[in-house]
Ligand binder design. Structure first.
Ligand SMILES: *[C@@H]1O[C@H](CO)[C@@H](O)[C@H](O)[C@H]1NC(C)=O
Ligand SMILES: *[C@@H]1O[C@H](CO)[C@@H](O)[C@H](O)[C@H]1NC(C)=O
Ligand SMILES: *[C@@H]1O[C@H](CO)[C@@H](O)[C@H](O)[C@H]1NC(C)=O
Ligand SMILES: *[C@@H]1O[C@H](CO)[C@@H](O)[C@H](O)[C@H]1NC(C)=O
Ligand SMILES: *[C@@H]1O[C@H](CO)[C@@H](O)[C@H](O)[C@H]1NC(C)=O
Ligand SMILES: *[C@@H]1O[C@H](CO)[C@@H](O)[C@H](O)[C@H]1NC(C)=O
Length: 397
């Protein structure tokens, strides 16, 4: 068939051109589309149509003939290695001088790295200040930093010396003999739940967070106290920013790439973002049990936590003011509600000051204040700013 070019009008030309450009773009960006859209669609279909992860139990159960392998000075048990402690504080949760009792309300694990001295100091001075939580909030909080060894052998000795010195002053480091890398994060998760089991089983709540988050401790403690006082009490709690039906990243060059032989299914069980989440004591005990039974080769720690929880019949619960990877906007009307916020390194001290200062007489109180704050939060959270922060629904709480 011949095309009569003279009969193709200008606008048709434009149409053709647009279609062509769109097709080209589709082809160029197909890989990204495939990863972001198609895998999510597949994941959600999978999640809601099959909606059962019972297979996870058996697939991740460790092969019994792997039990009790010897691994040098560290013993391999089932799916994990029982690394020895280089720095430890078994007495951390015991009452000292009758000043505070054994009754630990919150055990706070901060996942840190050996070289992050400044971040740890900022946390001790602000939201991780045990004395502040005791004096101002009236509960017993225990802070420990979970770390491995420095990844570069040539710097390890120097950094380790500095760590021992730091620990002598603050007594809040727990370190095991594994290399502190991204791919050993699951080992760090296991360290936390095993440490709690051994040295702090009485803690009512256990929190785990990164060393670049901000925690509004007064809001968190109040929230947990309300749960403790509620009818069901502090049971079965696993709260944070929940990722539902996330697909594994199959893109080879991503940090989060998971090969098919490690995790063949199109969707992860639900899990909370590892940046900061809280579990009740009974859930922490169940996760500990699961780490003894399951294969820990899944190196994304929060996904591994989801697998453990699934095997124990625990599901996570969403709280709109746990930010996950998001960063809270700076505003008084946000500070009244926020629990965690991610990506705070240089501003931890100033944020702590402004977020915890007394607002007894401030304009954000009363009916007018509430209306004003709701409006501000809608502006900050619901209008598209293209930045990762709390979800829009948080504006209305
Ligand atoms: C754990 O899973 C990995 C990958 O699927 C496998 O290579 C390894 O042998 C398993 N380990 C145990 C102890 O079952
Ligand atoms: C790990 O090793 C320590 C010290 O040898 C021991 O007390 C503890 O029970 C071990 N943990 C497990 C889960 O076997
Ligand atoms: C921790 O809090 C206590 C009690 O509020 C306060 O006296 C102390 O100065 C704080 N410590 C630091 C390092 O800010
Ligand atoms: C994790 O730590 C162990 C023990 O130090 C080390 O042998 C291993 O290479 C580390 N894994 C990664 C992926 O860094
Ligand atoms: C398998 O998972 C279910 C919950 O989904 C749990 O009740 C059961 O105890 C698990 N079985 C094993 C062997 O872990
Ligand atoms: C709030 O206002 C009252 C009365 O005006 C005053 O007595 C009180 O000191 C104020 N509180 C603060 C924290 O500013």
């Amino acid at each position: 068939m011949f095309v009569n070019f003279r009969r193709i009008h200008k606008c048709q030309c434009l149409q053709l051109l647009t279609t062509g450009v769109l097709l080209c773009m589709l082809m160029v960006y197909w890989e990204e589309l495939d990863h972001h859209v198609v895998s999510h669609v597949r994941s959600f279909t999978y999640r809601y149509m099959i909606n059962s992860y019972d297979f996870l139990n058996s697939s991740f159960a460790i092969n019994s003939n792997h039990h009790y392998r010897k691994g040098g000075s560290n013993r391999v048990f089932g799916g994990f290695v029982n690394y020895s402690y280089l720095i430890n504080h078994p007495e951390k949760c015991k009452g000292e001088n009758g000043k505070s009792s054994n009754d630990v309300f919150l055990l706070l694990f901060v996942k840190s790295s050996p070289e992050n001295f400044e971040r740890r100091q900022a946390i001790r001075d602000t939201w991780g200040n045990e004395s502040f939580v005791w004096a101002e909030l009236g509960v017993n909080m225990r802070l420990v930093f979970a770390i491995g060894t420095h990844p570069y052998v040539e710097q390890r000795y120097k950094v380790q010396t500095a760590l021992l010195k730091e620990d002598k002053v603050y007594g809040d480091l727990i370190q095991q003999n594994f290399v502190d890398t991204f791919y050993n994060l699951t080992t760090k998760l296991i360290l936390q739940f095993h440490w709690r089991h051994m040295y702090c089983p009485q803690a009512r709540f256990v929190m785990s967070g990164d060393d670049d988050i901000f925690v509004h401790m007064p809001n968190l403690v109040k929230y947990l106290q309300d749960i403790l006082r509620s009818q069901s009490g502090a049971k079965d709690l696993w709260v944070g920013h929940v990722h539902r039906g996330s697909p594994p990243v199959r893109y080879k060059y991503s940090k989060y790439h998971i090969p098919y032989d490690l995790y063949p299914w199109p969707s992860y069980p639900d899990y909370t973002a590892g940046a900061g989440y809280v579990v009740s004591g009974d859930v922490a005990a169940k996760i500990y049990q699961a780490t003894l039974l399951l294969n820990s080769s899944m190196y994304i720690d929060d996904v591994f936590m989801g697998i453990c929880a699934k095997a124990m019949g625990v599901s996570p619960q969403e709280h709109v003011y746990f930010s996950g990877e998001g960063k809270a906007p700076y505003h008084t009307c946000i500070y009244d509600h926020m629990i965690t916020s991610h990506d705070h390194i240089s501003d931890v001290r100033s944020l702590w000051r402004s977020a915890t200062e007394s607002r007894e007489n401030s304009s954000t109180r009363g009916i007018i204040g509430n209306l004003y704050c709701t409006a501000v939060r809608v502006m900050l959270l619901c209008l598209p700013h293209y930045q990762n922060t709390y979800s829009c629904s948080a504006a209305f709480t």
